[in-house]
Design a protein around this ligand. Structure first.
Ligand SMILES: *Cc1c(COP(=O)(O)O)cnc(C)c1O
Length: 360
């Protein structure tokens, strides 16, 4: 059976090379006589897997030694609670609400202290990223939280907020390892893996070490980043298989030439779709031009019935999971690292045909 072009927002496509390698190694990993799924997380094989995954992620993202890399469970949504528990040391934090997930993160933080929205994209329907200045952040805030790429609205920060000495914490679930970022500008970066790194079940956090050690007393052990860090992500059983796949994905990107090369590919790939959308008379892009996501491209026809017809016909043509998030409608093509440029070209070809047939 042929593989489809899968534009799902997450869980999403993984590189075919990675899947094929995992298939080859499925029943006998590296001479162990067993699958990675079946081995102890304390075995010498898994020890090598998790160490290599960490080393390769450090190399890819150029993560300095004063940052811990944590592999854990719970998804980004669990991190929404872990962030205030670990880092709201004086009970105050500011949040930029630029979409659904940043709103959820903010609402979760309200349970733990004085969380405040310092800027929101609500007034423009989240089609733009709010721009803030240092003076918009409370001087005694423990951190500023942002969602760097808004998976649902298809927008991305085109700047890194200047927070001075206040740690910047970013949810990068849907854009991590899609292009280089200066890790040193952030106190914490975290991401659910199922968008751009691995199957669901793994969450990665990159934490500046001086921020550790302030978790409040009630913090569940498994959400205490200091404890996870002290135990090299092996306090309990980590999501072993997802870590193994993430490691293969990191090696795949390194083999392509690292994040500079990945960015070059992603910029060209997204342009294929955005250039068409800018010229189309039927489809209209949703996100403001200056903050378009490279990973999630949102668009509409303006007619919900026509949108539904488009999604149905796209599916028949092997272009699947292109329906927008249930909260916003329209279409969304998620074109993460694993989506080949050819998939986007096929999508645009199909959109041109659909436009000809349906433009009144
Ligand atoms: C998908 C997503 C989440 C939620 O992730 P879970 O792992 O399902 O909890 C949070 N933030 C962003 C930016 C996302 O894309």
């Amino acid at each position: 059976m042929a593989r489809v072009y899968n534009f799902a927002a997450g869980p999403s496509s993984l590189p075919l090379e990675v899947l094929e390698r995992a298939a080859r190694e499925m029943t006998d990993y590296n001479g162990s006589g067993m699958s990675v799924m079946e081995m102890s997380h304390r075995s010498k094989w898994f020890d090598a897997i998790i160490k290599a995954a960490e080393a390769d992620l450090r190399k890819l993202m150029n993560i300095p030694d004063n940052y811990s890399v944590l592999f854990m469970q719970g998804g980004a949504s669990t991190a929404f609670a872990a962030i205030p528990l670990n880092f709201m040391k004086n009970g105050k934090a500011d949040y930029i609400v630029s979409g659904n997930f940043s709103k959820k993160a903010y609402e979760e933080a309200l349970k733990y202290g004085d969380a405040r929205v310092c800027a929101s994209g609500k007034d423009n329907g989240f089609s733009e990223i709010p721009e803030i200045k240092r003076s918009d952040i409370r001087t005694d805030a423990d951190y500023l939280h942002i969602c760097f790429n808004n998976t649902i609205y298809g927008t991305k920060f085109n700047y890194i907020p200047d927070t001075g000495d206040i740690p910047l914490i970013a949810d990068m679930s849907s854009c991590i390892i899609s292009e280089p970022v200066d890790v040193t500008k952030f106190g914490v970066i975290y991401a659910g893996a199922q968008k751009n790194m691995a199957p669901a079940g793994l969450t990665v956090a990159i934490v500046r070490r001086d921020l550790l050690g302030y978790a409040r007393e009630i913090t569940p052990t498994m959400l205490n980043y200091q404890i996870l860090s002290d135990n090299n992500s092996l306090y309990n059983t980590p999501p072993c298989y997802a870590i193994y796949i993430a490691g293969l994905v990191y090696k795949w990107i390194l083999s392509l030439g690292g994040l500079e090369k990945m960015q070059e590919i992603n910029v060209k790939k997204a342009a294929v779709l955005y250039d068409y959308l800018d010229s189309s008379k039927l489809f209209r892009p949703v996100a403001a031009k200056k903050c378009r996501s490279l990973m999630n491209v949102t668009f509409v026809t303006g007619d919900a019935e026509l949108d539904a017809k488009f999604c149905a016909e796209a599916t028949e043509n092997g272009l699947v999971n292109i329906k927008g998030h249930r909260s916003v409608g329209g279409m969304r093509a998620s074109i993460y690292n694993a989506m080949p440029t050819e998939g986007v070209e096929k999508l645009v070809e199909f959109m041109e045909k659909f436009e000809k047939e349906n433009l009144k």
